[in-house]
Design a protein around this ligand. Sequence first.
Ligand code: CA
Length: 232
Amino acid sequence: MAHLLIVEDDELLRDGLSAQLSQAGHQIDTAADGEAALESLEHQGFDGVVLDLGLPKLDGLEVLKRLRKTLPALPVLILTARDGVEDRVAGLNAGADDYLTKPFNGDELLARLQAMLRRASLPAFGTSGPVTHAAGPLRVDPIVPRAWLGGNAIELTQREWELLALLVRCTGQVVSREDVLAVWQSDAGEGGALASNALEVYVHRLRRKLADSGMNIRNIRGLGYMLETGQP
Ligand code: CA
């Protein structure tokens, strides 16, 4: 059971989320605007926050920026509008751990929340703050789906990030197909069964995102993949 704060101004959605997460065994508090959210965060300890970005009084992005100053490790999942790509990137850059696009499926929210809370509780990451994994010009946040190439944020899905983090941790070593699938399957994010060619698709997408960086994901036939930094 986790103590969660739901920040959402749409009453219907707020009550629905609250009911669903309570039913899943969590203790729920709610806030209907940004100021009320900060007030609650100041006075109570939470294990995680579901944060709508479009909020009265203080918008969600501002709430996120302020709470990150005092609660750098608190897991935060943001809710964004369907066309809010820029909001989503801004949210991730401001320190959100994950996001969902409205309208979303309640089961997916629950799965992502649980994955987020599980990651936050991994002892290796402790409470001393994240240690960024780095390879060449690439840095990957080990806890939340964020990465930077030469200081610029790269937009990644949960699975792309998991694959990239694994490759970066093992730079110069072969990562087998089984290694990647084990990481993906331990996480409920982006649910659904994996098609047999899914890994190739994700590798292809990451290669495109790393294009021009001098880095390459090399296919080692029959063994797996290896990240090469392009430096001697
Ligand atoms: Ca809203």
